[in-house]
Design a protein around this ligand. Structure first.
Ligand SMILES: [Zn+2]
Length: 265
C-alpha cells in the first residue's frame, strides 16, 4: 500500500484538513509549527520503515513456515476476512500496548519515543512523526504473531488501511463525541490526552486502537471532557529531522521533569 507516497499524502490532506477545520478541538493553522518536519517523516521516514517491515515480514514468514503447523495457518486464513481483521486488531493492539508502555517506562527507550511526544501542535500528520527505532520495534512486536499465525494477505491489507486511517484520526485536531464507543474504539480525545504535557496525563492511554486495554491494565486516563492545556515534552528534542533521528544516541543529558521517575496507576 502506497500510504507514504505523494498521492496518499494529498488524499489524506483533502480529507483531514477540512475535517479538522470543521471540528477543531483548538484553533490551529494548517501551516503550523513543525509541519515541514512532519512532512519529512511521512514521505521519507516511511520509506525506510517500509523496507525494514518487508525484511522483517519475510524473516518471520520463513520461520513460521518451519515452526507453525499448516493446520493452524489454514484454519486462521480460512476464516472470514472481517473476523480475521477483528482478531488482528486485538492481537496487534495488545502488542502495541505493552511495547508503548515499555517505551515510556524504560529510560533508554523513552529517548526514542520522546521524539513522537515532542510534537507541540498536534494534528493528523503527527501520526507519522515517529523515530524509526520506535516504530520498527513496535511493529515487530505487534505484527510478529500476525505473520506467525498465517492471517491472509487480504485481511492484513484491510487491517493496514483501518490502522493508518485510525492513527491519523486519533492524532487529528478534532473533537467528536464517541459516546459509549469510546471504551471500544480509541478517539482523538483518548489519544490526544496521551500527548498532553501535564502530570496527570503521563503514562496513561497506551492503547493504539482499543481503549479497554488501558482499563484492563490500569492505565486508563479518565480525565473526562477537558481539553489538554498543552502538548509536547520538557525533554530537549531538536527541531530538525536529522537532529531528532540522532537525539536518542546522544550522551545522556540532564534529566527533565518529563523523565523524572513516574508512578503508574
Ligand atoms: Zn507515548
Amino acid at each position: 500500500m502506497d500510504i507514504f507516497g505523494i498521492k496518499a499524502l494529498l488524499i489524506c490532506a483533502l480529507i483531514f484538513i477540512p475535517f479538522e477545520n470543521l471540528f477543531a478541538e483548538r484553533p490551529q493553522k494548517v501551516f503550523r509549527k513543525g509541519l515541514i518536519v512532519d512532512l519529512i517523516y511521512m514521505l521519507f521516514n516511511g520509506f525506510f520503515i517500509k523496507m525494514a517491515m518487508a525484511m522483517m515480514a519475510a524473516g518471520v514468514l520463513g520461520f513460521a513456515a518451519i515452526l507453525v503447523p499448516q493446520s493452524i495457518t489454514q484454519a486462521v486464513s480460512g476464516q472470514r476476512v472481517w473476523l480475521q481483521v477483528a482478531e488482528i486488531i486485538l492481537i496487534t493492539d495488545i502488542g502495541v500496548y505493552w511495547a508503548h508502555r515499555a517505551f515510556h517506562k524504560i529510560p533508554a527507550l523513552w529517548k526514542f519515543h520522546a521524539v513522537h511526544h515532542g510534537i507541540e501542535e498536534l494534528d493528523w500528520l503527527g501520526a507519522f512523526h515517529n523515530h524509526p527505532v520506535d516504530i520498527i520495534v513496535t511493529k515487530a512486536i505487534s505484527l510478529t504473531p500476525v505473520y506467525f499465525l498465517g492471517f491472509s494477505d487480504a485481511s492484513i491489507a484491510v487491517f493496514s488501511m483501518i490502522y493508518f486511517g485510525h492513527t491519523m484520526l486519533v492524532h487529528s485536531n478534532v473533537r467528536i463525541p464517541f459516546g459509549a464507543l469510546k471504551w471500544l474504539i480509541a478517539s482523538p480525545q483518548f489519544h490526544r490526552w496521551h500527548h498532553a504535557n501535564q502530570r496527570e496525563a503521563y503514562d496513561k492511554n497506551f492503547a493504539g486502537q482499543l481503549p479497554f486495554l488501558d482499563v484492563m491494565f490500569g492505565t486508563y486516563n479518565a480525565t473526562g471532557d477537558k481539553v489538554p492545556e498543552k502538548y509536547g515534552v520538557d525533554d530537549p528534542i531538536p527541531s530538525t529531522y536529522i537532529g531528532q533521528t540522532g537525539y536518542p544516541f546522544l550522551p545522556r543529558r540532564k534529566l527533565s521533569n518529563r523523565q523524572a521517575p513516574r508512578t503508574e496507576a
